[in-house]
Design a binder for this molecule. Structure first.
Ligand SMILES: CC(C)(COP(=O)(O)OP(=O)(O)OC[C@H]1O[C@@H](n2cnc3c(N)ncnc32)[C@H](O)[C@@H]1OP(=O)(O)O)[C@@H](O)C(=O)NCCC(=O)NCCS
Length: 317
């Protein structure tokens, strides 16, 4: 059974924060950030919580889809920065959106690949749902787990949320791949709970960027080739490839290794920085607003992140 994405919505907090503003916090420069990552601005929450961003994005998507709250049977929120360990963001969101009480709701965490895990999970859950639509949200408040004294991480990430409304569809094939290599080296790590052994609180993101870069440029082509093989298609048959937006240099590397057309690969990391599980739906939202997504457009999305977790899907808009 295929999956059709009907509409997308998004929310970011406050005003864009420039590279120059980051240079006022740590020893960095607009030139370093732009040339090494492509990032020009990002957004950080002040008072807004994860559930506030998720709510705005989800409502936006429902309005764009023309779907009423009582028609939603599944609500999933992908996040690794929820407001609380419990209750979930999804629980709060269900109540605020006025979805039926028996809607299946939970948060899931597959790092920056989480939104794509959400699509696949929602697809399975819709098969058992009495209602036709699923709402899948990627929502992150990374500013709460950033060390604003560590220039090697704080300039890279941002806050944001985006959501899609989806339904099962026999005439809209959906191909999916996912897995996890494991990251025994702890190259990308965020402790979460107070780590007594390390006496580390509050919890912040640690990253050895070059190791993550190497993983990304290997796994993205692997995913794209795997999906094309499953679908019996060539890269030339795909209208857009949407990689997790972590660094423009990762995307350029992949374009070169696949001998692809650069314009096939959508890039908006310059606006938002790396927003983890919000990044792929934020890209879909920008593409939709730029009229790039038309009925029949074939899209490949590829996510990768902590735990060297990865996922990818191919769908028709
Ligand atoms: C993080 C990343 C941009 C760093 O770029 P890089 O070219 O690998 O840079 P390095 O880590 O080798 O650091 C090079 C130098 O820049 C310095 N540097 C690091 N951050 C800096 C900053 N914000 N401003 C200025 N200098 C910085 C380092 O201290 C180092 O200095 P040194 O040579 O004097 O030791 C890059 O490795 C990357 O994008 N990796 C993938 C990250 C990713 O995708 N993460 C998310 C996965 S979900």
């Amino acid at each position: 059974m295929g999956l059709r994405l009907l509409a997308v919505g998004a929310a970011v907090p406050g005003q864009p924060v420039s590279n120059d503003a980051m240079a006022a916090l740590v020893d960095t420069s607009d030139k370093w950030i732009t040339t090494r990552t492509g990032i020009r601005t990002r957004y950080f929450c002040r008072d807004e919580k994860n559930a506030d961003l998720a709510y705005r994005a989800a409502l936006d998507a429902l309005i764009h889809a023309g779907v009423a709250a009582e028609q939603v049977g599944v609500l999933l929120v992908s996040t690794f920065t929820p407001d609380h360990m419990s209750p979930t963001v999804a629980c709060e969101l269900r109540a605020r959106l006025g979805l039926p009480e028996d809607t299946v709701v939970f948060d899931l965490n597959a790092a920056c690949a989480g939104f794509l895990y959400g699509l696949q999970t929602a697809r399975q859950l819709l098969l058992a749902s009495s209602r036709p639509y699923a709402l899948i949200v990627g929502s992150e408040t990374l500013s709460r787990v950033l060390d604003f004294g560590d220039r090697s991480t704080c300039v890279l990430f941002g806050d944001g949320a985006a959501a899609v409304v989806a339904e099962l569809a026999t005439d809209s094939p959906f191909y999916w791949l996912g897995g996890s290599r494991g990251d025994a080296g702890g190259f990308l790590y965020c402790g979460g709970l107070w780590d007594k052994a390390k006496d580390e609180a509050p919890s912040v993101v640690h990253m050895q960027g070059q190791e993550v870069f190497r993983f990304a440029v290997e796994i993205i082509p692997y995913c794209i080739e795997g999906l094309l093989q499953k679908a019996g298609l060539q890269l030339a048959d795909i209208d857009y490839v949407v990689c997790h937006q972590a660094n423009v240099r990762i995307i350029q590397h992949v374009v070169k290794s696949l001998h692809a057309r650069p314009e096939q690969f959508f890039v908006n990391v310059q606006r938002y920085g790396n927003t983890s599980s919000a990044s792929i739906p934020l890209a879909l939202n920008d593409m939709w607003r730029q009229h790039k997504l038309k009925p029949g457009s074939r899209v490949i999305c590829v996510g990768f992140g902590a735990g060297f977790t990865w996922a990818a899907c191919l769908f028709t808009w």
